[in-house]
Design a protein around this ligand. Structure first.
Ligand code: AMP
Length: 128
C-alpha cells in the first residue's frame, strides 16, 4: 500500500481553519462536522485529524489512540442524536468511500453518518 496524501484537499483546509465548518464534535484526534450537501436529515462526517487518504490507509498507519477515538466519537454522535437502536433510536448508516469505484470525492478519510429517515437498501443495482 502506498498512499500520497494531498494536503490541498478540502478537509485538510477545514482542519487548518482555512474553510469554515459546522463542527459537531472535536477531540485531539478527530473532527466531526455537518456535511455541506446533506443526503438525509442527519448527515455528519467524521474525520481523523491525521493525514490519511481512506479507510485502509487509516487502519494501517493510524495509532491505536487515533483509531479508538475516531470510532468512539462516531458512536457518541449516534447516541447524542438519538439514532442508535440500542437506546431505542431508529437507526443510522455509516459508510466510507475509497477510491474510484466508490467515487470518493475528498481524499481525506471520512466516515459518513446518515440518519433521520428510512435510508432504503444499501446499494442500488448498477446502472450499466
Ligand atoms: P465522498 O464522496 O465520500 O468523498 O464524500 C465527500 C463528502 O464531502 C460529500 O458528501 C460532500 O457533500 C462533502 N463536502 C464537500 N465539501 C464539504 C465542505 N466544505 N463541508 C462539509 N462537507 C463537504
Amino acid at each position: 500500500m502506498a498512499y500520497a496524501y494531498d494536503d490541498q484537499n478540502i478537509f485538510a483546509k477545514i482542519l487548518r481553519g482555512e474553510i469554515p465548518n459546522k463542527t459537531v464534535v472535536e477531540t485531539d484526534h478527530t473532527l466531526a462536522f455537518e456535511d455541506i450537501y446533506p443526503q438525509a436529515p442527519l448527515h455528519i462526517l467524521v474525520i481523523p485529524k491525521g493525514p490519511y487518504v481512506c479507510f485502509d490507509h487509516f487502519a494501517a498507519e493510524a495509532s491505536d489512540a487515533e483509531i479508538a477515538d475516531f470510532h468512539r466519537v462516531a458512536a457518541q454522535i449516534c447516541a447524542d442524536k438519538g439514532i442508535d437502536p440500542g437506546a431505542g433510536g431508529m437507526g443510522y448508516r455509516t459508510l466510507s468511500n475509497a477510491g474510484e469505484h466508490a467515487v470518493q470525492e475528498v481524499p481525506h478519510y471520512h466516515m459518513h453518518i446518515l440518519g433521520g429517515r428510512p435510508l432504503g437498501r444499501m446499494l442500488q443495482p448498477a446502472a450499466d
